[in-house]
Design a protein around this ligand. Structure first.
Ligand SMILES: *Cc1c(COP(=O)(O)O)cnc(C)c1O
Length: 241
């Protein structure tokens, strides 16, 4: 257990983030509740992760699968916690990860998608994934080039494994050091790419995972359905660098 004052601070942070996400949703003329907050817990240990769940956050994101496994060995999470894997994922980590029924945001190669289909089929665990697109065009960023997405969606739609893996949308991150305007333009470009892919392939692609602590309002204004928020939730709880 974490100490009561830390738990109180965490609850306060969670409520403040919910409030700000609601405000951004309303400001964008979007229906209340149309944006899911993914609490990104990569900065904290298993105890603090569970404390966030107890504060009310039931949707969690980890960027390293090993950490997801380890935390689940250390503490028992309620059954209704939903896990999201948001970081680069190696194919040899899939076998141990799928039993947690994660949504995988970070499909960044055709090879990874194929491996997920194989593992989801073998384990009979239907898996939802997002294609991670490098919308900023930065060399250093992970993610697929926009033109790589269509063939992946079409081959998945055409395969016999459509029950095992469903591509439900796109994930994107704004480039490093982009100002608010540039970030918003990249989120808009991600939505436009999604709309174009939907038209071209017939896949619905309802989900857009974009926006983090510093830029979620812009992402919500441009149609994000999932925001991945870490540091804002743990303000006042982490040692400052
Ligand atoms: C760490 C991380 C986040 C959360 O970032 P914050 O700025 O701490 O909110 C979101 N998405 C990904 C992929 C991350 O690795």
């Amino acid at each position: 257990m974490i100490d009561p004052s830390s738990q109180a601070r965490l609850t306060e942070n969670w409520q403040a983030v919910q409030h700000d996400v609601d405000a951004a949703t309303t400001a964008a003329d979007r229906p209340a509740g149309s944006v899911t907050i993914i609490g990104v817990t990569k900065y904290v240990d298993a105890e603090m992760t569970l404390a966030l769940v107890n504060a009310g956050c039931r949707v969690l994101g980890e960027n390293r699968p090993q950490v997801l496994w380890k935390k689940n060995e250390e503490v028992v999470f309620p059954d209704d916690v939903q896990w999201h894997l948001i970081g680069h994922l190696q194919r040899n980590k899939l076998r141990r990860s799928l039993p947690f029924h994660p949504m995988i945001h970070s499909v960044d190669s055709p090879r990874l998608l194929t491996a997920i289909v194989e593992e989801a089929t073998a384990q009979q665990i239907p898996t939802k994934v997002l294609l991670e697109v490098n919308i900023s065009g930065e060399e250093a960023k992970t993610g697929l080039k926009p033109q790589e997405l269509r063939p992946m969606i079409e081959s998945q739609l055409g395969s016999s494994d459509t029950d095992a893996v469903e591509i439900v949308g796109l994930m994107a991150m704004a480039g490093w050091g982009t100002d608010a305007d540039a970030a918003r333009q990249q989120f808009a470009a991600t939505r436009e790419l999604r709309d174009q892919l939907t038209q071209q392939t017939g896949a619905a692609l309802p989900e857009l995972s974009m926006g983090m602590s510093g830029d979620f309002a812009a992402a919500i204004a441009e149609g994000a359905t999932m925001v991945r928020i870490g540091s804002r939730l743990f303000e006042g709880l982490l040692p400052t660098a």
